[in-house]
Design a binder for this molecule. Sequence first.
Ligand SMILES: Cc1ncc(COP(=O)(O)O)c(C=O)c1O
Length: 295
Amino acid sequence: MSNLLWYPGHDLSLPNIVRAENCHLYDSDGNVYVDLESGVWSTAIGHAHPRIVRALSDQAARIAHTGFCYSSTAVEEAAQEILSLLEFDQGKCVFLCSGSEAVEYSIRATRQIEQRPLLMTMTDSYCGSYGSAWEKREDEWFCFDWTKCKDCPHAIECNDKCEHWSTIPFSNIGGFLLEPGSSSGFVRFPPKKLIRNIVERIRRGKGLIIANEVTTGLGRTGRWFGYQHYDLCPDIVAIGKGIGNGYPVSVAAFSTTVASRLADKPLPYAQSHQNDPLGATIGSGQRADGSNCIN
Ligand SMILES: Cc1ncc(COP(=O)(O)O)c(C=O)c1O
């Protein structure tokens, strides 16, 4: 009998896994399985990847955890690496522990600097397992059903002549959270023209664009980030899953402009493991010799 609480709705089909390597799982009876899902879409470069194992063990032996009042060069270097990948060179980021946390932090940061009551996302966005983005209360979120736009013959420019578009309360919306290609249990891609029209309208109103790259980031769609398929530059990016390759680390990253707006209105958020060197080192793919293996 297991003493663990499990997420309901999933059968525990392999209860005795003892180790994993690349895409293979090995159980205590000597059976070998192919992990076609990379765990929860997380071990992007394979289980027990030698470079990650080395980075993890070397950094753990040096220092795994710091605290609110001291930092480490490993974390600063990891931050530069992530920010340069995002082309947020003068921006800021924070290392956290799960995709849900990176999304929630991004949302809190948005609300910290944006006064309008609503944020917009799609009805099928997953966002995370707790918090405002999971709850999507009507007084905080406007959720748009993009499936009606899928086969729209007029989608070149969305405007108020479209009754579906005209339901969007843009004047009350301070930001748009895009999941570029992933949503609750499916992998679907909202139409590029629709997304570009929404982004253009939000930007005209000086709102923020937040990309949830927890599932689509770090090369999983053939580009470094899913938003690149939409030719847009977000203000805030949440990254998770593949960045830790199985280790629980995530990142919320902010453009230069957003970072300077946050400097004026710092976000009070205390979590014991934020910006820990161990997670940051794994997240940046640092090799033990100090060179970088993210490319
Ligand atoms: C699009 C998306 N956002 C956020 C999350 C939450 O990430 P985590 O499960 O690491 O908290 C997930 C997880 O599946 C996801 O698919």
